[in-house]
Design a protein. Structure first.
Length: 140
C-alpha cells in the first residue's frame, strides 16, 4: 500500500514541478532569446517553444523511468525517504538542465554578436539594417 502511495505522490509532485519550471523558463527565457536572435521575434518564439517541448520530453521521460522501485516500502518513514530521494533527483536534473541551457544560450549569444565568416557578417548586417534605418520617434 505504501508503494502505490509513493508512486502517486512522486508522479504528482514531479509533474507539477516539471510543468512549473517549464512555464517559468518559457516566460523568462523569451527575453534572453530575443536578445540572442537580435530581436527576431518569430525565431526566438519558435526556438523557445521547441526548447519547452524538448524539456518536457526529457524530464517527463526521466520521471516515468525513475518511477519503479525494487525495494519494498513497509512503513511511512521508508515512503517519505523514497519520495524525498526521487523528488530530489528530479530537482537536481532540472537544475543541471537549466544551467546547461543557459551555458549554451550564452555561447550562441556571444557567437551571434561576433560573426566570424563574411557570410555571417553579411547576414547580420542585412538583418540589422532595417532596424537601424528606422528613425527614432518620441511619443511625448
Amino acid at each position: 500500500m505504501y508503494l502505490v502511495g509513493c508512486y502517486i505522490a512522486y508522479l504528482l509532485l514531479s509533474l507539477v514541478t516539471v510543468i512549473w519550471v517549464a512555464r517559468t523558463l518559457h516566460k523568462n527565457g523569451r527575453v534572453f532569446l530575443l536578445d540572442a536572435f537580435h530581436g527576431n521575434t518569430g525565431l526566438a518564439d519558435s526556438v523557445n517553444h521547441l526548447l519547452v517541448v524538448g524539456f518536457y520530453l526529457i524530464n517527463i521521460g526521466y520521471v516515468t523511468l525513475a518511477l519503479r522501485e525494487g525495494n519494498p516500502v513497509t512503513n511511512m518513514q521508508q515512503a517519505i525517504e523514497l519520495i524525498s530521494t526521487k523528488i530530489g533527483t528530479v530537482l537536481l536534473i532540472l537544475g543541471l538542465m537549466h544551467f546547461f541551457n543557459i551555458f549554451l544560450f550564452n555561447r550562441a549569444r556571444k557567437a551571434a554578436r561576433h560573426p566570424k565568416t563574411p557570410a555571417e557578417q553579411a547576414y547580420y548586417a542585412q538583418r540589422l539594417a532595417p532596424q537601424q534605418a528606422q528613425p527614432q520617434t518620441n511619443t511625448l
